[in-house]
Design a protein around this ligand. Structure first.
Ligand SMILES: Nc1ncnc2c1ncn2[C@@H]1O[C@H](COP(=O)(O)OP(=O)(O)OP(=O)(O)O)[C@@H](O)[C@H]1O
Ligand SMILES: [Mg+2]
Length: 346
């Protein structure tokens, strides 16, 4: 396949990702060093610990990516890196390594927004997949659901984003993690709740939040409702039906996400709906949203679970399209913890 071959680095949070991606689509290597086991001990991410682990793993992960792809520096057209949003210490590791590599190997540098990466995971395909699958069609609505974000994004073309709505409090992944902790499940809560909920009958029906904006979300009330339910069982000296509460919580989150996403897709006459971010790995969400969209004749695009959570390949995908559009960064590229996408005015 043709197109620029990009070395992409992701270090915004607690995963060290390095990938080689061609033409913004084809993955030649994708290596991820995860800190999940380490943060499970503290039940969450300690930013300084995450940054030190990024330093520890960046070089071995780079070496593993080169080994997997079999390419050398002379085969690369650019170096790309996530420069925000994320944790400052973690971001600084990737940004500075990428800058140093670009300068020392005389390669152009491309700065990528992490959320744009989550969206572009939908463009990725494996090294051996032939013919190349069709690209996602425009316009599309993407539901970005991750540890720090829950946003409904209308994408009219490459790099053209309108923010339709977002969470007014907790992100969906954050809610999964907090409720997981509340139920005594291991960190991270998302996969643990999802596993507990499989085959379980919901113990109750948690209320769905009302929001002012038609495409906004709110999950903090749901989290409090779970807490009250757990306290109720404790006060009555009854065993807590962990699996049933997990199922009821997951059902409420999935219902809210699917309902608003469907409304956004209908109202904007899109050609497809896409999912991105760690919570997009959730099987119940993929199933429920897929089913509801099918009834409307709309396709749901979902990256494989390993490309939903943080990885370098998604950064390489976004960078491929940015590079083709002439986007270049230089040694002044900064790590920006609260970096936003360049939203178009609706
Ligand atoms: N199967 C699953 N079901 C529900 N949630 C999941 C699942 N797998 C992962 N998650 C959640 O995804 C989140 C991690 O996603 P991701 O790595 O994209 O977040 P992040 O990079 O920390 O945040 P952001 O992308 O907003 O900066 C966690 O909150 C985790 O619980
Ligand atoms: Mg992420």
């Amino acid at each position: 396949m043709s197109g620029p071959r990009v070395l992409a680095i992701e270090s915004s949070c607690d995963e060290t990702g390095v990938a080689v991606v061609v033409g913004g689509r084809r993955i030649e290597a994708n290596q991820v060093a995860s800190q999940v086991a380490l943060h499970a001990v503290t039940g969450g991410i300690v930013p300084e610990v995450a940054a030190r682990q990024q330093l520890r793993w960046i070089v071995p992960t780079l070496e593993a990516a080169f080994q997997q792809s079999g390419v050398g520096w002379e085969d690369l057209d650019a170096v790309a890196v996530t420069h925000g949003p994320g944790l400052i210490g973690s971001l600084l590791v990737g940004v500075n390594v990428a800058k140093a590599l670009a300068v020392t190997h005389d390669l152009p540098l491309v700065g990528v927004n992490h959320i744009e990466g989550h969206i572009y995971a939908n463009w990725l395909t494996g090294a051996a997949e032939t013919p190349l699958p069709a690209e996602p069609p425009f316009p599309l609505v993407c539901l970005v659901v991750s540890g720090g974000h829950t946003q409904l994004v209308l994408m009219q073309d490459h790099g053209r984003y309108t923010l339709l709505g977002q969470t007014v409090d907790d992100a969906a992944g954050e809610a999964f993690d907090k409720v997981g902790r509340l139920l005594g499940l291991p960190y991270p809560g998302g996969p643990a709740i999802s596993a507990a909920a499989v085959g379980a009958t919901p113990a109750t029906r948690f209320p769905r939040a009302r929001t002012a904006g038609p495409y906004d979300f709110s999950f903090s009330g749901l989290k409090t409702a779970v807490l009250r339910a757990v306290e109720g069982y404790r006060a009555r000296n009854e065993p807590i039906p962990i699996d049933g509460i997990a199922a009821a919580f997951e059902e409420a989150v999935v219902d809210a996400l699917a309902t608003k996403t469907l409304a956004a897709a209908r109202d904007h006459g899109v050609a497809a709906v896409a999912l991105g971010g760690g919570v997009a790995a959730n099987a119940a969400l993929r199933h429920s949203l897929g089913q509801r969209l099918r009834a409307e004749g709309l396709p749901l695009l979902v990256p494989p679970p390993a490309l939903c959570t943080d990885n370098g390949a998604m950064i390489g995908a976004a960078a491929g399209f940015r590079f083709a559009a002439g986007d270049r960064a230089d040694a002044a590229l900064e790590a920006v913890p609260n970096l936003a996408l360049p939203w178009l005015v609706p």
